[in-house]
Design a protein around this ligand. Structure first.
Ligand SMILES: *[C@@H]1O[C@H](CO)[C@@H](O)[C@H](O)[C@H]1NC(C)=O
Ligand SMILES: *[C@@H]1O[C@H](CO)[C@@H](O)[C@H](O)[C@H]1NC(C)=O
Ligand SMILES: *[C@@H]1O[C@H](CO)[C@@H](O)[C@H](O)[C@H]1NC(C)=O
Length: 327
Protein backbone atom coordinates (compact mmCIF):
# COMPACT_ATOMS: atom_id res chain seq x y z
CA UNK A 1 0.00 0.00 0.00
CA UNK A 2 1.35 3.38 -0.86
CA UNK A 3 0.78 6.69 0.77
CA UNK A 4 -1.69 9.42 0.07
CA UNK A 5 -4.80 9.67 2.15
CA UNK A 6 -7.36 11.45 0.02
CA UNK A 7 -10.77 12.57 1.08
CA UNK A 8 -13.41 10.18 -0.23
CA UNK A 9 -15.34 11.86 -2.99
CA UNK A 10 -19.06 12.20 -2.92
CA UNK A 11 -19.21 10.48 -6.25
CA UNK A 12 -17.36 7.50 -4.87
CA UNK A 13 -19.72 7.10 -1.96
CA UNK A 14 -22.71 7.10 -4.31
CA UNK A 15 -21.07 4.62 -6.62
CA UNK A 16 -19.99 2.54 -3.67
CA UNK A 17 -23.57 2.34 -2.42
CA UNK A 18 -24.74 1.22 -5.83
CA UNK A 19 -21.93 -1.29 -5.95
CA UNK A 20 -22.90 -2.63 -2.55
CA UNK A 21 -26.45 -3.22 -3.69
CA UNK A 22 -25.17 -4.86 -6.83
CA UNK A 23 -22.68 -7.01 -5.00
CA UNK A 24 -25.07 -8.11 -2.27
CA UNK A 25 -27.72 -8.86 -4.88
CA UNK A 26 -25.41 -10.95 -7.01
CA UNK A 27 -23.88 -12.83 -4.12
CA UNK A 28 -27.33 -13.40 -2.72
CA UNK A 29 -28.14 -15.27 -5.89
CA UNK A 30 -24.95 -17.17 -6.39
CA UNK A 31 -23.48 -17.90 -2.99
CA UNK A 32 -26.39 -17.35 -0.65
CA UNK A 33 -25.38 -16.56 2.88
CA UNK A 34 -21.69 -16.95 2.21
CA UNK A 35 -20.80 -13.45 3.38
CA UNK A 36 -21.99 -11.75 6.56
CA UNK A 37 -21.19 -8.12 5.76
CA UNK A 38 -20.25 -5.84 2.88
CA UNK A 39 -18.54 -2.48 3.36
CA UNK A 40 -17.25 -0.09 0.68
CA UNK A 41 -15.06 2.95 0.15
CA UNK A 42 -12.83 3.57 3.14
CA UNK A 43 -14.92 1.61 5.60
CA UNK A 44 -13.60 -1.16 7.83
CA UNK A 45 -15.38 -4.09 9.44
CA UNK A 46 -14.27 -6.06 12.49
CA UNK A 47 -15.51 -9.59 13.20
CA UNK A 48 -17.00 -9.31 16.71
CA UNK A 49 -15.93 -12.74 17.94
CA UNK A 50 -12.21 -12.40 17.19
CA UNK A 51 -11.55 -8.71 16.37
CA UNK A 52 -10.16 -9.58 12.95
CA UNK A 53 -10.38 -6.38 10.88
CA UNK A 54 -11.06 -5.99 7.15
CA UNK A 55 -10.87 -2.75 5.20
CA UNK A 56 -12.11 -1.87 1.70
CA UNK A 57 -9.41 0.83 1.81
CA UNK A 58 -10.23 2.89 -1.30
CA UNK A 59 -7.58 5.41 -0.25
CA UNK A 60 -7.00 6.92 -3.69
CA UNK A 61 -10.25 6.68 -5.69
CA UNK A 62 -10.32 7.68 -9.35
CA UNK A 63 -13.25 9.35 -11.07
CA UNK A 64 -14.89 6.14 -12.16
CA UNK A 65 -14.99 3.20 -9.88
CA UNK A 66 -15.64 1.65 -6.53
CA UNK A 67 -14.16 -0.76 -4.00
CA UNK A 68 -16.19 -3.03 -1.72
CA UNK A 69 -15.24 -5.91 0.53
CA UNK A 70 -17.57 -8.68 1.72
CA UNK A 71 -16.58 -10.59 4.81
CA UNK A 72 -17.47 -14.03 6.07
CA UNK A 73 -17.05 -14.20 9.84
CA UNK A 74 -16.42 -17.90 10.27
CA UNK A 75 -14.19 -19.28 9.00
CA UNK A 76 -12.79 -15.84 8.11
CA UNK A 77 -12.81 -15.13 4.38
CA UNK A 78 -13.41 -12.15 2.15
CA UNK A 79 -14.23 -11.17 -1.39
CA UNK A 80 -13.15 -7.75 -2.66
CA UNK A 81 -15.08 -6.45 -5.66
CA UNK A 82 -13.90 -3.38 -7.52
CA UNK A 83 -13.55 -1.45 -10.72
CA UNK A 84 -11.24 1.49 -11.44
CA UNK A 85 -11.53 2.43 -15.10
CA UNK A 86 -10.24 5.98 -15.56
CA UNK A 87 -6.69 6.25 -14.21
CA UNK A 88 -4.48 3.27 -14.91
CA UNK A 89 -1.23 4.52 -13.43
CA UNK A 90 -1.57 4.19 -9.69
CA UNK A 91 -2.98 2.07 -6.89
CA UNK A 92 -6.52 3.13 -5.96
CA UNK A 93 -7.40 0.71 -3.21
CA UNK A 94 -5.96 -2.06 -1.07
CA UNK A 95 -8.81 -4.22 0.21
CA UNK A 96 -7.21 -6.26 2.98
CA UNK A 97 -7.37 -8.14 6.23
CA UNK A 98 -5.10 -7.21 9.13
CA UNK A 99 -3.23 -10.22 10.45
CA UNK A 100 -2.51 -10.26 14.16
CA UNK A 101 -0.16 -12.22 16.38
CA UNK A 102 0.83 -12.00 20.03
CA UNK A 103 4.31 -10.50 20.14
CA UNK A 104 3.76 -7.54 17.80
CA UNK A 105 5.28 -5.01 17.70
CA UNK A 106 8.69 -6.63 17.90
CA UNK A 107 12.11 -5.62 16.52
CA UNK A 108 13.12 -7.19 13.20
CA UNK A 109 16.19 -8.68 14.89
CA UNK A 110 13.88 -10.37 17.42
CA UNK A 111 11.94 -12.39 14.84
CA UNK A 112 13.08 -15.98 14.75
CA UNK A 113 10.30 -17.10 12.41
CA UNK A 114 7.38 -15.50 10.60
CA UNK A 115 5.04 -17.82 8.75
CA UNK A 116 2.59 -16.12 6.40
CA UNK A 117 -0.11 -18.01 4.55
CA UNK A 118 -3.12 -17.35 2.33
CA UNK A 119 -5.19 -18.77 -0.49
CA UNK A 120 -6.79 -16.56 -3.12
CA UNK A 121 -8.60 -16.36 -6.41
CA UNK A 122 -9.29 -13.62 -8.94
CA UNK A 123 -11.50 -13.12 -11.94
CA UNK A 124 -13.86 -10.71 -13.72
CA UNK A 125 -17.38 -10.06 -12.44
CA UNK A 126 -18.91 -9.92 -8.96
CA UNK A 127 -18.93 -13.64 -8.25
CA UNK A 128 -15.93 -14.92 -6.28
CA UNK A 129 -14.06 -17.77 -7.93
CA UNK A 130 -13.33 -20.88 -5.87
CA UNK A 131 -10.00 -20.78 -4.01
CA UNK A 132 -6.90 -21.00 -6.24
CA UNK A 133 -8.80 -20.23 -9.47
CA UNK A 134 -7.59 -17.33 -11.61
CA UNK A 135 -9.46 -16.41 -14.79
CA UNK A 136 -6.43 -15.17 -16.68
CA UNK A 137 -8.28 -14.52 -19.96
CA UNK A 138 -11.12 -12.70 -18.22
CA UNK A 139 -8.71 -10.45 -16.33
CA UNK A 140 -6.77 -9.75 -19.51
CA UNK A 141 -10.01 -8.86 -21.34
CA UNK A 142 -10.73 -6.26 -18.66
CA UNK A 143 -7.18 -4.91 -18.85
CA UNK A 144 -6.85 -5.68 -15.14
CA UNK A 145 -3.78 -4.47 -13.27
CA UNK A 146 -3.53 -5.61 -9.65
CA UNK A 147 -1.27 -7.40 -7.25
CA UNK A 148 -1.80 -9.77 -4.34
CA UNK A 149 0.46 -8.91 -1.44
CA UNK A 150 1.31 -9.09 2.21
CA UNK A 151 2.14 -5.63 3.54
CA UNK A 152 4.41 -5.25 6.57
CA UNK A 153 4.90 -1.89 8.32
CA UNK A 154 8.13 -1.18 10.16
CA UNK A 155 9.47 1.75 12.18
CA UNK A 156 12.22 2.37 14.76
CA UNK A 157 9.41 3.53 17.06
CA UNK A 158 7.08 0.69 18.05
CA UNK A 159 4.01 2.94 18.20
CA UNK A 160 4.68 4.40 14.74
CA UNK A 161 5.03 0.88 13.35
CA UNK A 162 1.39 0.17 14.16
CA UNK A 163 0.01 2.53 11.52
CA UNK A 164 0.34 2.66 7.72
CA UNK A 165 0.43 6.44 8.05
CA UNK A 166 3.32 6.75 10.50
CA UNK A 167 5.60 3.79 9.72
CA UNK A 168 8.84 4.85 8.01
CA UNK A 169 9.28 1.62 6.05
CA UNK A 170 6.92 -0.70 4.22
CA UNK A 171 8.01 -4.21 3.29
CA UNK A 172 5.79 -5.83 0.69
CA UNK A 173 5.70 -9.49 -0.33
CA UNK A 174 3.90 -9.86 -3.66
CA UNK A 175 2.51 -13.33 -4.37
CA UNK A 176 0.48 -12.28 -7.43
CA UNK A 177 0.99 -9.71 -10.17
CA UNK A 178 -1.38 -8.96 -13.06
CA UNK A 179 -1.30 -6.58 -15.99
CA UNK A 180 0.81 -3.49 -15.48
CA UNK A 181 1.05 -3.61 -11.70
CA UNK A 182 4.64 -2.71 -10.87
CA UNK A 183 6.38 -2.30 -7.52
CA UNK A 184 8.02 1.06 -6.75
CA UNK A 185 11.49 1.01 -8.28
CA UNK A 186 10.46 -1.62 -10.83
CA UNK A 187 12.97 -2.28 -13.55
CA UNK A 188 11.91 -4.60 -16.34
CA UNK A 189 15.55 -5.45 -17.01
CA UNK A 190 15.99 -6.67 -13.45
CA UNK A 191 13.64 -9.62 -13.70
CA UNK A 192 16.24 -12.01 -12.44
CA UNK A 193 19.35 -10.78 -10.71
CA UNK A 194 21.28 -11.62 -7.61
CA UNK A 195 18.82 -9.60 -5.53
CA UNK A 196 16.78 -12.75 -5.38
CA UNK A 197 15.71 -14.98 -2.52
CA UNK A 198 13.72 -18.20 -2.45
CA UNK A 199 11.42 -19.09 0.42
CA UNK A 200 9.28 -22.19 0.25
CA UNK A 201 8.67 -22.80 -3.45
CA UNK A 202 8.52 -19.10 -4.29
CA UNK A 203 11.30 -17.02 -5.78
CA UNK A 204 11.30 -13.30 -5.01
CA UNK A 205 13.11 -10.34 -6.56
CA UNK A 206 13.70 -7.18 -4.52
CA UNK A 207 12.76 -3.67 -5.68
CA UNK A 208 13.05 -0.42 -3.75
CA UNK A 209 11.41 2.98 -4.04
CA UNK A 210 9.67 5.75 -2.12
CA UNK A 211 5.96 6.48 -2.18
CA UNK A 212 4.36 9.93 -2.17
CA UNK A 213 4.45 10.13 1.61
CA UNK A 214 8.18 9.41 1.61
CA UNK A 215 7.80 5.92 3.02
CA UNK A 216 10.71 3.66 2.08
CA UNK A 217 9.07 0.76 0.22
CA UNK A 218 10.97 -2.51 -0.15
CA UNK A 219 9.08 -4.97 -2.35
CA UNK A 220 9.83 -8.67 -2.69
CA UNK A 221 8.00 -9.68 -5.87
CA UNK A 222 7.37 -13.35 -6.68
CA UNK A 223 8.40 -14.36 -10.17
CA UNK A 224 5.16 -16.35 -10.62
CA UNK A 225 1.63 -16.25 -9.19
CA UNK A 226 1.15 -18.26 -5.98
CA UNK A 227 -2.59 -18.76 -5.38
CA UNK A 228 -1.73 -20.82 -2.35
CA UNK A 229 1.12 -19.49 -0.26
CA UNK A 230 2.53 -20.64 3.06
CA UNK A 231 6.13 -19.93 3.90
CA UNK A 232 8.52 -18.92 6.64
CA UNK A 233 9.44 -15.50 5.28
CA UNK A 234 11.92 -14.28 7.89
CA UNK A 235 14.84 -14.75 5.44
CA UNK A 236 13.27 -11.99 3.32
CA UNK A 237 13.30 -9.70 6.35
CA UNK A 238 16.83 -10.68 7.36
CA UNK A 239 18.13 -9.91 3.90
CA UNK A 240 16.96 -6.33 4.44
CA UNK A 241 18.14 -5.63 7.98
CA UNK A 242 21.40 -7.59 7.88
CA UNK A 243 22.34 -5.45 4.87
CA UNK A 244 21.30 -2.20 6.49
CA UNK A 245 18.39 -1.50 4.13
CA UNK A 246 16.24 -1.09 7.23
CA UNK A 247 17.60 -0.87 10.78
CA UNK A 248 17.70 -4.12 12.74
CA UNK A 249 16.04 -2.44 15.70
CA UNK A 250 13.05 -1.34 13.67
CA UNK A 251 9.80 -2.81 14.94
CA UNK A 252 7.30 -4.74 12.86
CA UNK A 253 3.94 -3.36 13.95
CA UNK A 254 1.36 -4.17 11.32
CA UNK A 255 0.90 -6.99 8.80
CA UNK A 256 -1.90 -7.12 6.21
CA UNK A 257 -2.90 -9.34 3.32
CA UNK A 258 -4.87 -8.10 0.34
CA UNK A 259 -4.78 -6.93 -3.25
CA UNK A 260 -3.68 -3.55 -4.55
CA UNK A 261 -6.14 -2.56 -7.28
CA UNK A 262 -4.69 -0.36 -10.03
CA UNK A 263 -7.01 -0.58 -12.99
CA UNK A 264 -9.78 -2.56 -14.62
CA UNK A 265 -12.21 -1.69 -17.39
CA UNK A 266 -14.82 -3.92 -15.77
CA UNK A 267 -15.67 -5.36 -12.36
CA UNK A 268 -13.10 -7.70 -10.78
CA UNK A 269 -13.42 -9.88 -7.69
CA UNK A 270 -10.44 -10.93 -5.59
CA UNK A 271 -11.27 -13.44 -2.87
CA UNK A 272 -9.17 -14.85 -0.05
CA UNK A 273 -9.34 -17.47 2.66
CA UNK A 274 -7.03 -19.46 4.96
CA UNK A 275 -4.98 -16.33 5.67
CA UNK A 276 -2.86 -16.52 8.78
CA UNK A 277 0.29 -15.28 10.46
CA UNK A 278 2.43 -17.15 12.94
CA UNK A 279 5.16 -15.18 14.67
CA UNK A 280 7.94 -16.66 16.77
CA UNK A 281 9.80 -13.95 18.67
CA UNK A 282 13.33 -14.34 20.02
CA UNK A 283 16.80 -13.76 18.64
CA UNK A 284 16.85 -14.26 14.88
CA UNK A 285 18.72 -17.36 13.68
CA UNK A 286 22.06 -16.79 12.01
CA UNK A 287 22.15 -16.29 8.30
CA UNK A 288 25.45 -16.81 6.57
CA UNK A 289 26.96 -15.66 3.33
CA UNK A 290 27.22 -18.62 0.99
CA UNK A 291 29.26 -19.21 -2.12
CA UNK A 292 28.65 -16.86 -4.99
CA UNK A 293 26.78 -18.69 -7.76
CA UNK A 294 28.45 -18.26 -11.14
CA UNK A 295 25.54 -16.28 -12.61
CA UNK A 296 25.76 -13.82 -9.75
CA UNK A 297 28.94 -12.07 -10.70
CA UNK A 298 28.74 -8.33 -10.24
CA UNK A 299 28.51 -7.98 -14.00
CA UNK A 300 25.42 -10.17 -14.05
CA UNK A 301 23.60 -7.59 -11.97
CA UNK A 302 23.44 -4.94 -14.63
CA UNK A 303 20.70 -3.06 -12.84
CA UNK A 304 21.21 -3.35 -9.11
CA UNK A 305 19.19 -0.84 -7.10
CA UNK A 306 21.00 2.49 -6.95
CA UNK A 307 20.85 2.70 -3.19
CA UNK A 308 22.84 -0.45 -2.77
CA UNK A 309 25.66 0.65 -5.03
CA UNK A 310 25.85 4.13 -3.64
CA UNK A 311 25.73 3.20 0.02
CA UNK A 312 27.86 0.10 0.16
CA UNK A 313 31.27 -1.11 -0.83
CA UNK A 314 31.54 -3.62 -3.64
CA UNK A 315 32.28 -6.32 -1.07
CA UNK A 316 29.06 -5.48 0.69
CA UNK A 317 27.18 -5.51 -2.60
CA UNK A 318 28.44 -8.99 -3.36
CA UNK A 319 27.73 -10.32 0.11
CA UNK A 320 24.31 -8.71 0.05
CA UNK A 321 23.33 -10.99 -2.76
CA UNK A 322 23.91 -14.21 -0.92
CA UNK A 323 22.26 -14.95 2.35
CA UNK A 324 21.33 -18.51 3.08
CA UNK A 325 19.52 -19.87 6.06
CA UNK A 326 21.78 -22.27 7.93
CA UNK A 327 19.60 -23.33 10.80
C1 LIG B 1 -11.83 -7.02 20.97
O1 LIG B 1 -11.31 -5.73 21.26
C2 LIG B 1 -11.93 -5.09 22.36
C3 LIG B 1 -11.42 -3.66 22.43
O2 LIG B 1 -10.01 -3.64 22.39
C4 LIG B 1 -11.66 -5.90 23.62
O3 LIG B 1 -12.29 -5.32 24.72
C5 LIG B 1 -12.19 -7.33 23.42
O4 LIG B 1 -11.84 -8.12 24.54
C6 LIG B 1 -11.64 -7.96 22.17
N1 LIG B 1 -12.32 -9.23 21.91
C7 LIG B 1 -11.66 -10.33 21.56
C8 LIG B 1 -12.51 -11.53 21.32
O5 LIG B 1 -10.45 -10.37 21.44
C1 LIG C 1 0.20 -13.96 -13.13
O1 LIG C 1 -0.77 -14.30 -14.11
C2 LIG C 1 -0.95 -13.29 -15.10
C3 LIG C 1 -2.13 -13.66 -15.96
O2 LIG C 1 -1.96 -14.91 -16.55
C4 LIG C 1 0.32 -13.16 -15.91
O3 LIG C 1 0.17 -12.18 -16.91
C5 LIG C 1 1.41 -12.73 -14.96
O4 LIG C 1 2.63 -12.65 -15.65
C6 LIG C 1 1.53 -13.69 -13.80
N1 LIG C 1 2.40 -13.06 -12.82
C7 LIG C 1 3.60 -13.51 -12.58
C8 LIG C 1 4.36 -12.74 -11.56
O5 LIG C 1 4.06 -14.48 -13.15
C1 LIG D 1 12.10 -10.66 22.00
O1 LIG D 1 11.57 -11.96 22.08
C2 LIG D 1 11.54 -12.46 23.38
C3 LIG D 1 11.17 -13.94 23.30
O2 LIG D 1 9.87 -14.09 22.83
C4 LIG D 1 10.56 -11.64 24.20
O3 LIG D 1 10.51 -12.13 25.53
C5 LIG D 1 11.02 -10.19 24.21
O4 LIG D 1 10.05 -9.38 24.84
C6 LIG D 1 11.23 -9.69 22.79
N1 LIG D 1 11.87 -8.39 22.85
C7 LIG D 1 11.31 -7.29 22.36
C8 LIG D 1 12.11 -6.04 22.51
O5 LIG D 1 10.22 -7.29 21.81
Amino acid sequence: MAALTLQPRLRLSVLARIATLLAVGLWGQTTAGAYDTTVCGQTAYTIPSNNMTFNANAWNPDDEGFQCISVQDSPPAFAATWSWSSNSETVHSYPHVKLTAPGLPTPLSNISALVLSAQWSMGPGSTPRPALVVDHDGLANHGTSANVAFDIFVDPNAANARSEKTAATEIMIWVGRFGHAEPLGFDANMKKTCFTQTVGDAEFVLYQGHNDRGTNVLSWVATSNHTTFAAEVSPLLQYLWRNGLVSAGSHVGLVSFGSEAYHSDGIVTFSASEFDMHLVTGAAPNLAVGDLPAECSRAASTNPPQWLLSSASITAVVSATLLYLIS
